[in-house]
Design a protein around this ligand. Structure first.
Ligand code: NAD
Length: 305
C-alpha cells in the first residue's frame, strides 16, 4: 500500500473527547447540559440502530440524549405538532428527525419529509437541513454545518490534506452530502476552523467540480482531481485507473455487499495509486456522529444567548 490511511475513527475519537471536555467545562460553569432529542417514527431496524448509536454517543460526551419513539401510524399533523412542542421546549437544544420517514399510512395526512424538516426550528436544526441553515452556509456564514460534510472537512483539516487552490472532484450532488461538501470546500474561509481567526485556510479555496449521474466521461474528469470525494452509493464506482497518482481519496459511500460494508471506492486497487485514502468502515462514518455532538453543543451555546 502506498497511500496514507486517513483514520476517521481515530479523529472522531479525538473530536468526541474535545466535545466531552467542552461539555464538562460548560456544566461546571453553571450552564445547562446540552440536550438532543431524536424523533424516530416507525420501527425500521437500521434507523433504530442509528438512533441508539447517537444516544450512546451523547451519553459518552455528557450530552442528554432522548428519543421520541412514535408509531408508524403517526400522521403528518401529529408529527408537526410534536416538533412544534420541542421547538418551544427550552430544555431541548437540538432536534433531529431520523430519516427515512415511514411510508404514510394516512393518505389524507401524510408524513411529508420536506415539511417535517422545514418545521424544525433553525436554531435547533443540528442536522443543518433547514433552508435557513443551508442558505447561511452558502453565504459563508454558517450557523450549523451538516454533519457528514463537516466530518469530511474535519478529516482533511486534521490530516493536513489541504485543498486550497487544488482541484476537488465531488461525485454526487445530494442535498445532504455532495452539494454541501462542494460548497464548504470552495468557500473563502476554512469551515473546519470557525471562529479561529488565526486558523489555516487549507480546506477552503478549492476549485470544485461536481459530478453526478448525468456526467459524461466521469473517469477522465476524476483523473484530473487532486482530491476525489465519492458520495454516490455504488460499490467500487471509483477504480485505480481513475485516480491521479498521489491524489487524496475520500470515500463517503456506505454500501452493504454480501453482509459487508464497502464504500464507493475500490479500496484495494486505489490505495496503490492514491496519496491518502479513507477506509470503509472507519473513515467518514464515525465523524458524522461526532459532528452531530458538536452541533448539539453549539445549539446549547446559541440558547445561552
Ligand atoms: P443520494 O442517493 O442522495 O445521491 C447519490 C448521488 O450520486 C446523486 O447525486 C447522483 O447524481 C450521483 N450518482 C448516481 N450514480 C452516479 C454515477 N454513475 N456517476 C456519478 N454520480 C452518480 O445519496 P447520498 O445520500 O448523497 O449518499 C451517498 C452515499 O453516501 C451512500 O452510499 C450513503 O449511504 C453514504 N452516506 C454516508 C454517510 C456517512 O456518515 N458516512 C452519510 C450519508 C450518506
Amino acid at each position: 500500500m502506498t497511500a496514507t490511511l486517513l483514520n476517521g475513527k481515530q479523529i472522531a475519537q479525538e473530536i468526541r473527547a474535545e466535545i466531552a471536555e467542552q461539555v464538562r467545562r460548560r456544566v461546571q460553569a453553571g450552564k445547562s447540559q446540552p440536550k438532543l432529542c431524536a424523533i424516530l417514527v416507525g420501527d425500521d431496524p437500521a434507523s433504530q440502530v442509528y438512533v441508539r448509536n447517537k444516544e450512546r454517543a451523547c451519553e459518552k460526551a455528557g450530552i442528554a440524549g432522548t428519543v421520541d419513539r412514535l408509531p408508524a401510524t403517526t400522521t403528518g399533523t401529529e408529527l408537526l405538532a410534536r416538533i412544534e412542542q420541542l421547538n418551544h421546549d427550552p430544555t431541548v437544544h437540538g432536534i433531529l428527525v431520523q430519516l427515512p420517514l415511514p411510508k404514510s399510512e394516512s393518505s389524507a395526512d401524510p408524513l411529508d419529509e420536506r415539511r417535517v424538516l422545514d418545521a424544525v426550528s433553525p436554531l435547533k436544526d443540528v442536522d443543518a437541513f433547514s433552508p435557513v441553515n443551508v442558505g447561511l452556509l452558502m453565504q459563508g456564514r454558517p450557523r450549523f454545518l451538516p454533519c457528514t460534510p463537516h466530518g469530511v472537512v474535519q478529516l482533511l483539516h486534521r490530516c493536513d490534506r489541504g485543498v486550497a487552490g487544488k482541484h476537488v472532484v465531488v461525485i454526487g450532488r445530494s442535498d445532504i452530502v455532495g452539494k454541501p461538501i462542494a460548497s464548504m470546500l470552495s468557500q473563502r474561509t476554512n469551515m473546519a476552523n470557525q471562529g479561529d481567526a488565526e486558523g489555516g485556510r487549507d480546506v477552503a479555496n478549492a476549485t470544485v467540480t461536481i459530478a453526478h449521474s448525468r456526467t459524461e466521461n466521469l473517469a477522465d474528469l476524476v483523473r484530473q482531481a487532486d482530491c476525489v470525494i465519492a458520495a454516490v452509493g455504488i460499490p467500487k464506482l471509483v477504480t485505480a485507473d481513475m485516480i491521479r497518482p498521489g491524489a487524496t481519496v475520500v470515500d463517503v459511500g456506505i454500501n452493504r455487499v454480501d453482509d459487508k460494508l464497502v464504500g464507493d471506492v475500490d479500496f484495494e486497487g486505489v490505495k496503490e495509486v492514491a496519496g491518502a485514502i479513507t477506509p470503509v468502515p472507519g473513515g467518514v462514518g464515525p465523524l458524522t456522529i461526532a459532528m452531530l455532538l458538536h452541533n448539539t453543543v453549539k445549539a446549547a451555546e446559541l440558547a445561552d444567548g
